[in-house]
Design a protein around this ligand. Structure first.
Ligand SMILES: Cc1ncc(COP(=O)(O)O)c(C=O)c1O
Length: 193
């Protein structure tokens, strides 16, 4: 922990624990102390550590093909997208591009919303670009996601950010309905669990 201060920009507020290994939903620190994993990587990794099926799939894939660029087709990617559509339960949809992180997924959502608005109303001189987001939100650390993040601590240091974001009090449905205006609102941004 002391050494890290010398070499790492202090972006994250960390708990004073050095995690070394994990098995299932148990984590172990460098002294071998056991902790139940109550966070799952901030709610993104629900398989636990060292899941045998996941480990085997990773090993098999690493032996088969390490990387394929987006300029080629890849069968597992198509299979995944069919599965995502099945999970959404809506076979008239198309799955979004696969991203490396939550914030990139949100950047893609922002760009899809803007592009959709621009091409839906080609005659409009100024395309519809207003976004509605909600108080207490955090959507990631890239510039678009930061613009949609209401928590000032994450947004203010980077201003000016993407303009046209309106924050509505979370849970105030009447205010949200009033704010959503045809021809003005490009998208409403909320991350459900
Ligand atoms: C609600 C929410 N949205 C987006 C993100 C950004 O995800 P990532 O860190 O994978 O970019 C996070 C990360 O903590 C999050 O909690």
């Amino acid at each position: 922990m002391e050494l890290e201060k010398n070499v790492f920009v202090g972006t994250y507020a960390r708990a004073p624990v050095v995690i070394q290994s994990g098995k299932g939903c148990e984590l172990y620190d460098v002294d071998g102390k056991e902790y139940p994993d109550m966070t799952a990587g901030i709610a993104v990794y629900s398989l636990g550590d060292g899941d045998p099926d996941w480990v085997n799939a990773m090993i098999e894939q690493a032996h088969t093909l390490t990387h394929v660029g987006n300029v080629y087709y890849s069968i597992p990617q198509v299979r995944l997208e069919f599965y995502l559509i099945y999970l959404y339960g809506c076979d008239s949809w198309k799955a979004p591009p696969v991203a490396n992180s939550g914030t990139e997924a949100n950047e893609a959502a922002i760009k899809f919303a803007r592009k959709f608005q621009r091409f839906s109303h080609p005659d409009k001189k100024l395309p519809t670009t207003e976004f509605i987001a909600f108080t207490h939100s955090f959507h990631g650390r890239t510039m678009g996601s930061v613009a949609l993040t209401s928590k000032e601590h994450y947004r203010l240091p980077f201003e000016p950010v993407m303009p046209g974001v309106k924050f509505i009090e979370y849970g105030n449905f009447e205010e949200a309905k009033k704010a959503m205006q045809h021809g003005k609102t490009a998208a409403v941004f909320i991350e459900p669990i």
